[in-house]
Design a protein around this ligand. Structure first.
Ligand code: 3HC
Length: 288
């Protein structure tokens, strides 16, 4: 057990993952400052937390009240509204874009003491590569949650080449204090474990559809009934967000190999803003 105590957390990004991580951290008793760049993004994140907490409370899974959870999540639009010296852990959950992440990392390095551990929830980018644009590579680590964070038990922990043992141990304790099950990677590779396997499976499903082997409905049905996945590959793509899937495949194509080339059926949809459930249409239509 590490002596360093985490009480207050700053989470950057109030999207699906940032707000989900904020929710479980608040439910575990941490105070969370949740930063997004606009009031409307923040409000959407808070509304998502409320809905999710209500569902979980209905099932009697947790004892803490909705109010107790919500008052532990403090929404802010500027990093400067976060008490600079009170933060013990920073988590980044902004979009999967290296330039955008680099910019945010500069902001974090300038504002929070370089002693503070800093985790990224990147889905695919190598931790060592991201660490190289921070001034605290020894304090930097990947903690990769799964959607929806309140329900998915796994968190992948990925130390970069320079991550200290202290930060690794601390991150492991933190993840376990959220009631999650960590898997610690031995090597820092793009896509880690789950998204490498997921991306390969999705690529294969897209190829089967393109080659007209079966309809997307039947491919989904086959995988659900034949492999017992809770969602088929097309439903799952819509659930994750087609922009997120595209970003994963683009990184893996560049950094691993051509197997992960994004197919046209995905690129075309993203270009048209058909991003899956969050936009109302993806492979399926959710508008009604
Ligand atoms: N918060 C709290 N509860 C939730 C919830 C949320 N965000 N979403 C769903 N639930 C609850 C519902 O209330 C429901 O409860 P009930 O069974 O008591 O009625 C239960 O979960 C099931 O929900 P639904 O009936 O609405 O829908 P499903 O049966 O389809 O379950 C699911 C939803 C749990 C999301 C399930 O479909 C699932 O596990 N899907 C696969 C998810 C997955 O693979 N995630 C990983 C994606 S990869 C990733 O995240 C990595 C990233 O880097 C891309």
């Amino acid at each position: 057990m590490s002596m360093y105590k985490i009480r207050n957390i700053a989470i950057l990004g109030a999207g699906t993952m940032g707000s989900g991580i904020a929710q479980i951290a608040a439910a575990a008793g941490f105070t969370v400052y949740l930063r997004d760049i606009s009031k409307s993004f923040l409000n959407r994140g808070l509304a998502r937390i409320k809905r999710s907490v209500e569902k979980i409370l209905q099932k009697g899974l947790i004892r803490i009240s909705k109010e107790e959870i919500l008052e532990k999540v403090i929404p802010v639009v500027s990093i400067k509204q976060i008490p600079q010296d009170d933060i013990d852990f920073v988590i980044e959950a902004i979009p999967e874009n290296f330039e955008l992440k680099s910019k945010t990392f500069q902001e974090i390095d300038q504002y929070f003491s370089l002693e503070v551990p800093f985790a990224t929830n990147t889905s695919t980018i190598r931790i060592t590569k991201l660490a190289s644009v921070t001034q605290r590579p020894d304090k930097f680590i990947g903690i990769h949650f799964f959607n929806p964070p309140p329900l998915m038990p796994l968190v992948e922990i990925i130390p970069g080449e320079l991550t200290s043992n202290h930060v690794l141990e601390l991150s492991k304790d933190f993840v376990m204090s959220l009631g999650k099950e960590p898997v610690i990677l031995k090597r820092d590779v793009p896509g880690f474990v789950v998204n490498r396997i997921l991306a390969a499976a999705l690529e294969e499903a897209y190829k089967l559809l393109h080659e007209n082997v079966a309809s997307k409905e039947d491919i989904d049905k086959a995988v659900k009934l034949g492999l017992k996945w809770p969602m088929g590959p097309f439903e799952l793509s819509d659930f994750i967000g087609l922009d997120v899937v595209l970003a994963i495949l683009e990184t893996l194509k560049l950094e691993v190999d051509e197997r992960f080339t994004p197919p046209d059926i995905l690129i075309e949809r993203v270009k048209k803003g058909l991003l899956g459930r969050k936009s109302g249409v993806g492979f399926y239509n959710y508008q009604k």
